[in-house]
Design a protein around this ligand. Structure first.
Ligand code: AMP
Length: 321
């Protein structure tokens, strides 16, 4: 049976909506080796399937609703190692109480098709019970960096992300894990976690995949209506305008980006920040990172770009609204 065949069956959806105590998903307790991609749903099945993989294993953690950005991660992973393994799990602990956990898009069959197309060796689609229960509630604390930028607007978000990634590292025992630079603060924090907690996983970043007009691909873009989709384009335009001013220094970068954002009706800015590549203070010259977060209607979007700063300047570092 292939992933495509499965579309016509009436199995319950894997990875159901809900808190950690939610009912088990469709793959719970069964190990279904599809023609094209093996799928497991429990920790025990994952451990057995993992033991059978020899050579370098590269993990791509995802929350599903896979798009071309995720495909780029799988391709980067394939270029690094011998086996690409993918997790698909909508992690409830990284969503705030007012966030979109319940309506987060779930497209498991299309996701499996993409994994099959990309020659993925193993897909782990656990339910919440597999990932979180029963437990004492041990959580990873991301330190000061987890409380800045995204952490201001989404308190506790990175603790949820780091905790689930640490669990996935333990369960998969990968040599390398691949993350998108689209979620740049997440990438920096996970890389730091692996280093500081000596998890032994190389963390590799993949540049952001974009639509033709520059909008960063995101599972949340499907929330946007046609008008909002046009408004959302201002994020990448602002970053581009800022990055183009890099040779004139950090202040010019921030002003150029902010000018584009302020000229766009329908966009509510959370922050615009210029930092160094590790999200520390922006340097006067050399590599930097320009990050933006904004809301378009009820949809929250983030994006970032590398910036090369040349002329000495004294940027404010961050514009917060
Ligand atoms: P998600 O499923 O949204 O949690 O994302 C899973 C992984 O895909 C994360 O490492 C993201 O940073 C990455 N990702 C999401 N969107 C993109 C994109 N447009 N380009 C590259 N990577 C992405």
């Amino acid at each position: 049976m292939t992933a495509t065949d499965l579309k016509s069956t009436a199995k319950p959806r894997p990875n159901p909506v809900g808190p950690p105590t939610a009912a088990p998903g469709g793959f719970h307790g069964s190990h279904q080796v599809l023609d094209a991609v093996p799928v497991v749903g429990t920790r025990a099945e994952l451990a057995a399937a993992r033991r059978a993989l020899t050579g370098r294993v590269v993990l791509v953690p995802t929350m599903g609703a896979l798009h071309e950005g995720h495909r780029a991660l799988m391709r980067a992973a394939a270029a690094i190692g011998d086996h690409v393994v993918v997790s698909i799990f909508v992690n409830p602990t990284q969503f705030g109480p007012e966030e979109d956990l319940d309506r987060y898009p779930r497209t498991p069959w299309a996701d499996l098709d993409m994994c099959a197309e990309e020659g993925v060796a193993l897909v782990f689609m656990p339910d919440c019970l597999q990932m979180y229960g029963p437990e004492l509630g041990i959580r990873v604390d991301g330190g000061a960096l987890a409380n800045r930028l995204e952490g201001v607007v989404r308190p506790g978000h990175f603790s949820g992300v780091l905790t689930v990634v640490a669990k996935l590292f333990g369960l998969f025992d990968p040599d390398t894990a691949v993350f998108g630079e689209k979620d740049y603060q997440q990438f920096v924090l996970i890389r730091a976690m692996s280093r500081e907690l000596a998890l032994g996983v190389d963390v590799y970043g993949v540049p952001t995949v974009r639509e033709s007009d520059g909008l960063a691909l995101s599972s949340r873009n499907r929330y946007l209506d046609d008008q909002q989709r046009v408004v959302a384009g201002a994020l990448s335009r602002a970053l581009r305008a800022g990055a183009d001013e890099g040779s004139r220094g950090g202040a010019a970068v921030l002003i150029a980006a902010q000018t584009v954002l302020e000229a766009q009706p329908g966009l509510e800015l959370d922050y615009l920040a210029l930092t160094d590549p590790d999200l520390g203070p922006a340097p006067e010259s050399g590599p930097g990172r320009l990050l933006v977060a904004a809301r378009v209607g009820t949809t929250r979007l983030i994006d970032n770009l590398p910036v090369t700063l040349k002329a000495p300047s004294s940027p404010e570092g961050e514009v917060r609204h």
